[in-house]
Design a protein around this ligand. Structure first.
Ligand code: ADP
Length: 177
């Protein structure tokens, strides 16, 4: 039985096997949750990210994919870096699919590494502009479905940075049971 829960917290404080980073394709830090994770993890994280091979110039992690590194000074042992889509009103279906792919890539990577607990931020809902409610719905439905077939994952935390996002996630979690 997998536990899915929503909490209001700074993801860098969570003691889980892996926290997910809403990274950008270059994987060299940025603002928002990415900046917070790099600041808390220390320079070892940046050094490992620099060693992740580029798939094309300027891209270490294409949109919808994920890469794993150590957690360094974080309480979490691992960081799973994923890149969500930049929201575009004219390409809503493509954005939805890319966000689903990002969550899927993280769950697959966590399962492949036999991780038991995983915490997600609300990928793409900050600088990338994805509408919060729409993104949270995709997150909850996609993750709930995928973890059912994972042999390792026991606990998933949806980490809400803004307290107002917590009620939304809690509602979606109840409604999707
Ligand atoms: P993106 O570029 O994917 O939109 P952002 O980091 O700008 O990523 O925002 C993604 C989400 O992460 C937003 O909902 C934002 O409120 C949240 N966030 C920002 N800092 C933290 C943090 N320290 N812990 C958890 N969530 C955070």
């Amino acid at each position: 039985m997998v536990t899915l829960e929503a909490i209001s917290a700074d993801i860098t404080t969570l003691s889980v096997d892996a926290i997910v980073n809403a990274a950008n394709p270059l994987m060299l830090g940025g603002g928002g949750v990415d900046g917070a994770i790099h600041a808390a993890a220390g320079p070892g994280l940046m050094a490992e990210c620099e060693r992740v091979p580029e798939t094309e110039p300027g891209v270490r992690c294409p949109t919808g994919e994920a890469r794993i590194t150590g957690g360094y000074l974080l309480p979490a042992r691992w960081v799973i870096h994923t890149v969500g889509p930049v929201w575009n009103d004219d390409l809503a279906a493509e954005c939805d699919a890319a966000l689903r792919a990002a969550y899927r890539a993280c769950v697959h990577l966590a399962s492949a590494r036999h991780l038991r607990s995983l915490a997600f931020p609300a990928i793409s809902t900050g600088a990338y502009g994805f509408p919060m409610e729409r993104a949270a719905h995709i997150a909850v439905i996609t993750v709930r479905q995928l973890v059912q077939s994972s042999i390792s994952i026991e606990r998933v935390v949806f980490c809400c940075f803004r307290p107002r996002d917590l009620a939304l996630y809690q509602h979606l979690l109840r409604a999707s049971r």
